[in-house]
Design a protein. Structure first.
Length: 321
């Protein structure tokens, strides 16, 4: 029987323990819907497929197919997955996403109730810092790992970025909508390739969402969709978070420009007053804990530095106010 869902996990040199949690969560879905599970190996070099436990999991399930994609970049892996899929609805499950048991049933219910919504995301994302993290990260940085806990289903199609728009983790999209995005990417209208190897470049998730919105269709998220975002300790360092926020910012503004051929908002170029205000806000948020405030400030200022990089790019020829 043809599957209704195609679950696609794109991976590059995954952590075996984390990937096993992902695979188990997919295979343990409590659903009456037919689904297939495609694992896209994006040019990995760590031989993860020969891990004895992973190998056994794969060989014991008729749902799993392994696809090799040698062209480096998350977008190429996703396109390869969709091209090789048989389902009507695509569920992107990152190699650090552990789905709730009724994730697919939640999607099915949402599709039935809200047919005009073409992409859904998890409304509840729990973050598992399974190897631990410093206290300031746990207290102030969880939003960088997509943590959210929405109490209601929300959707919209404003050409901006609302807090309930779907994030990459658990992103669910109709195959036809993804094809529209694919056409724009293949013709060079949009260029974000997502993460390549160890790069923290991003933007492909937002371009998928904005492509749907540009077509006057809707996107949303719901607490019916829940998952756990598994974060290793190496992704909780100050250096990592600074680099992450810079790349998120640069990719965000560039991606919006490519989709809508306009700037995101009438933002002014940051100056010393901007950064002074940002530091004072950091101080206030920590009740004047200097050590934590400095770390938060270092991370948050990278968003503005990414925006400055975007503004100064010759590609955009923008007027800086």
């Amino acid at each position: 029987m043809k599957p209704f869902f195609s679950i696609i996990t794109c991976t590059f040199n995954p952590d075996s323990k984390m990937l096993l949690r992902v695979i188990s969560s997919v295979l343990n879905q409590e659903t009456n819907s037919e689904y297939e599970f495609l694992i896209i190996d994006n040019n990995s070099t760590n031989d993860f497929l020969n891990n004895s436990i992973i190998k056994k999991k794969i060989e014991s399930s008729s749902k799993i197919r392994i696809i090799k994609e040698d062209k480096q970049g998350l977008v190429y892996a996703r396109i390869s997955g969709v091209t090789n899929s048989n389902g009507e609805v695509i569920v992107f499950v990152d190699d650090d996403n552990e789905l709730n048991r009724n994730y697919l049933e939640g999607v099915r219910k949402l599709i039935s109730e809200f047919p005009k919504v073409k992409a859904w995301g998890a409304g509840r994302i729990n973050v598992d810092l399974f190897e631990g993290a410093e206290s300031w990260v746990k207290k102030y940085m969880m939003s960088f790992y997509q943590q959210r806990d929405f109490s209601k289903t929300q959707f919209g199609n404003s050409a901006e970025w609302l807090d309930y728009y779907p994030v990459g983790s658990g992103l669910t999209i109709f195959k036809d909508s993804f094809r529209d995005y694919n056409v724009s990417f293949n013709t060079g209208q949009i260029t974000s390739t997502g993460r390549k190897g160890d790069s923290l470049a991003s933007g492909e998730d937002s371009q998928i969402i904005w492509t749907i919105i540009k077509n006057n269709e809707f996107v949303g998220s719901s607490p019916l969709l829940q998952l756990t975002h598994i974060i290793p300790r190496k992704r909780t360092t100050l250096e990592y978070l600074r680099k992450l926020n810079f790349n998120l910012s640069l990719s965000f503004f560039t991606s919006y420009k490519e989709i809508f051929n306009s700037d995101f908002k009438s933002l002014k170029k940051p100056n010393y007053k901007t950064f002074l205000g940002l530091f004072l806000k950091s101080l206030k948020s920590t009740h004047f804990n200097i050590s934590d405030s400095l770390k938060i400030f270092q991370v948050n200022k990278m968003w503005y530095l990414g925006y400055i990089k975007y503004l100064e790019s010759d590609k955009h020829n923008l007027t800086i106010k």
